[in-house]
Design a protein around this ligand. Structure first.
Ligand code: AHG
Ligand code: MN
Ligand code: MN
Ligand code: MN
Length: 336
């Protein structure tokens, strides 16, 4: 009967979050409504990504974003879908997107208490060749709903209420934490529902994989160079680590979360703050890693303690298995 019960006792993401929120007596279901709109956006992008090749949705949109990147058609489309879904939820007051130069302040009549920083489509360089891409989001609560300001956003990531990502790969997987651990949900296309498939994800304490763009090795600082050297030529007689680098942060982080190991986008001489953006890449993934028992480091401090000054600010990041990140922290502490 257990199998039968399992098949009919569908633990959807909505039901799971309702259970979580029931622990917060003050919550009035607003978070659940917000999340259902994020889920709607993910379902839309999942369907658009799977049809991209057929629906002439690949290739460039002919615009460039504030990052100086050429926007792909899917970058623009997914951004529009998420902005519209989040505004229409009536639960948001500020939106920060990789694809919009300025933050969006929702007008008072449809304003809610939540702030969402998001990367609508992460790994855009991989769209046209069919490699996994994703959406990343982080959620904050506004301090004063009647006066939302950028100060509500330019805060340390440790103040986030929730964070997650959706990966559009062989299956559509949404990984979420609302502060009580990390859970993974897989989209069942026949139901159009995200079903709990990875309850209470914990990252292995140590891993056998390192993930970094070795093409930047010439410009790395000494601590990063030494750490990567140790991965390839261990001094303690252990076997070398494997290198896995997909080039989509969501895919590299998802593998790191499930298999263990370390994902790095270090500073280099050309980009002293690395490449990844604090609010909608570094913070959400660092939050998830800590919730799963791992850690996240910027080269100088705990990633979630960083205070961003601009909404598109970048930071170096080293995240993953607790022991692996500890090793590189010690190399930076030694001032090597
Ligand atoms: P985005 O597509 O949202 O701009 O993000 C791309 C990021 C991230 O997904 C990935 O980890 C990183 O770019 C890869 O950068 P490199 O190609 O420089 O390694
Ligand atoms: Mn981009
Ligand atoms: Mn990205
Ligand atoms: Mn992006």
């Amino acid at each position: 009967h257990a199998a039968e019960a399992h098949r009919t006792d569908l633990m959807t993401i909505t039901r799971h979050v309702l259970n979580e929120q029931s622990k917060h007596p003050e919550s009035r279901g607003d978070f659940t409504i917000l999340l259902s709109h994020i889920v709607l956006g993910c379902k839309f992008v999942c369907s658009a990504v799977s049809k991209a090749g057929l629906a002439k949705l690949i290739g460039l949109a002919g615009e460039t974003n504030v990052q100086g990147e050429e926007q792909k058609k899917l970058d623009v489309l997914s951004n529009e879908v998420f902005v519209k879904a989040l505004v229409s939820s009536g639960r948001t007051c500020i939106l920060v997107s990789e694809e919009d130069e300025e933050a969006t302040f929702v007008e008072p009549s449809t304003r809610g208490r939540y702030i969402v920083a998001f990367d609508p489509l992460d790994g855009s360089s991989n769209i046209d060749c069919g490699v996994s891409i994703g959406t990343i989001f982080g959620i904050y609560l506004v301090k004063d709903k009647d006066n939302p300001t950028l100060d509500d956003v330019l805060r340390p990531g440790k103040h986030m209420l929730a964070a997650g990502y959706c990966m559009y790969g062989s299956s559509c997987t949404l990984v979420l934490s609302t502060g009580n651990g990390v859970n993974g949900f897989t989209l069942d296309p026949s139901l159009g529902e995200f079903i709990l498939t990875h309850p209470d994800i914990k990252i292995p304490k140590k891993g056998k994989i390192y993930s970094v763009n070795e093409g930047n090795a010439k410009n790395w600082d000494e601590a990063t160079a030494k750490y990567v050297e140790n991965c390839k030529f261990p001094k303690d007689g252990s076997s070398p680590k494997s290198l896995r680098y997909i080039g989509s942060m969501v895919a590299d982080v998802h593998r790191t979360l499930l298999y263990g190991g370390i994902f790095m986008y270090p500073a280099d001489k050309k980009s002293p703050n690395g490449k990844l953006r604090v609010l909608y890449e570094v913070f959400p993934m660092s939050y998830l890693m800590e919730q799963a028992g791992g850690q996240a480091f910027t080269g100088k401090q705990r990633a979630l303690d960083l205070v961003p000054n601009k909404i598109h600010e970048r930071s170096p990041v080293f995240l993953g298995s607790y022991d692996d990140v500890q090793d590189i922290k010690e190399l930076y502490a030694a001032g090597s």
